[in-house]
Design a protein around this ligand. Sequence first.
Ligand SMILES: Cc1cc2nc3c(=O)[nH]c(=O)nc-3n(C[C@H](O)[C@H](O)[C@H](O)COP(=O)(O)OP(=O)(O)OC[C@H]3O[C@@H](n4cnc5c(N)ncnc54)[C@H](O)[C@@H]3O)c2cc1C
Length: 522
Amino acid sequence: MSVVESASGDNRGFAADVVIVGTGPAGAAYARILSEERPDLRILQFDAGALITDPPGAHVKNLVDDDARAAAQRLSEGPHPSTTQESTDTLDGYASDAARVVRAGTYLLDEGYQFGDEVGLPALAFSTNVGGMGAHWTCACPRPGESERVDFLPDFDELLTTAERLLGVSSEVMAAAPMARLVRRRLSNGLDSRRSRPVAAMPLAVRFQDDGRLWWSGSDVVFGDETRRNSNHLLVPQTLITAVRTAYHRVIGVTARDLQTGDIYDVEAPTVVVAADALRTPQLLWASGIRLPALGRYLNDQPQVVHAVKLRDVPPQEGTREAGPIDVLSGVSWVPYTDAEPFHGQVMQLDASPIPYDGEILPGEVVGLGWFCQKDVREEDRVEFDSQVVDGYGMPAMRIHYNLTEKDRRTIARAKDAIVAFGDLLGDAEFGAPIEFPAGASLHYQGTTRMGDTDDGRSVCDGNSQVWGHPGLYVAGNGVIPTAMACNPTLTAVALATRGARAIAKNQKAGRTVNQRSEQNA
Ligand SMILES: Cc1cc2nc3c(=O)[nH]c(=O)nc-3n(C[C@H](O)[C@H](O)[C@H](O)COP(=O)(O)OP(=O)(O)OC[C@H]3O[C@@H](n4cnc5c(N)ncnc54)[C@H](O)[C@@H]3O)c2cc1C
């Protein structure tokens, strides 16, 4: 991997075997698998965002210096850093029942997130930086279960195993945390005998370093040394891809705009992977005139309910706390999704409880229960694009049409009842009733470029993530997930990306040098 600070000037006129748009975990998975299986292919990978860490794509939590971390978060917050958006992801923010949750490292959609009496997605958020949201995430990597699974893929389980390898997922790393053991024991005793999937330690994409500190996985871990050593892989930050170019529906390359210089140039490539998140991947396809009927539809944002309890009868703890909501004392526990109880639960220490509390709290003593509900996925929940108005990057502005159905309302009500009952197994609800977050707060947007096993107009891509009727064009990320998934989606997105990357590795002819056209033109 080499990083090009600016892609204009001498580097203009690139050609490559594969262009990857986006450097979040999904785009990084393509780079990694191709680097492992086809190091002869010339790969150009673009991101609209800046390089905020060394190595590229690392999680900002690994930055020990508070100022450096804050600067990296701010650099990720979009075209006009959201100086007026104070983070509401704090004790006070939760308590104020904020209509639009703001989290450091992310920024909200300015307008177009809600129309008329629709629920909309007021908390819809993005990250624009090398590493994408994968530089800011919580690293929970549960496997999907029951109807969440993508069962038309015969190799789905093996793909998940590979995704766990790429993301560095472990269920062990904090499983022995004293609070986590206590939480799991209480939940297991209360739930396991009647549920089809047992309570477990949450698989997390994190590892201990030699010095005992945690290293949170970001795209850096997915890239791995295989990509970093690959001299045929070139990373180009701060460059927006404005169009995928096609000829008779076949991909021939992309158009890029250098966000530092304003230069616009074309890149030739027979294969393009768009891994630009679940909203901006359909945006780029739409802007390119690629407008399949299912594009942007079946938008799935998991309604989210949170609650907090003070653990009962906690033995005294030794140890220090890490900054952030997860620490080595508390770990994270997992109440898996089941079709009978269609929500996915994660239980972890809260630094800030949802409701202000004046009493004394021991480290790890207050746990938050976060429940993600299965959405009643519908074609009419969608992102559309405005042909007259542009967003902060000059791309067609998003228009969100999104609603909750009666079934959704029932699921949310059931989740609230469940979270209270499960919380009672753990401790005392001294902080009030559960809170329902504003729609969009999940940060787990899915379905907008969904995969299908037939081209019936209800999907955008095939089982290898190749867009129907557009040879050479692949889509990646949570948008590809076709099921009504309630659990955290990144592991599955990386699994599906693995399959697409293998298909490219198998079928792609070799042969371009990264700046072949420049050399020819010289
Ligand atoms: C606070 C937080 C906590 C989270 N916790 C979890 C969790 O515990 N578990 C989980 O599974 N998920 C979690 N997520 C979600 C997770 O981060 C995403 O699922 C994951 O990052 C998606 O990966 P991606 O590669 O598809 O997209 P992203 O990571 O969003 O990356 C997309 C990239 O595309 C770039 N891009 C967009 N448009 C263009 C363009 N036109 N040209 C060039 N580049 C472009 C963007 O700059 C961005 O870097 C969390 C997210 C946040 C913010």
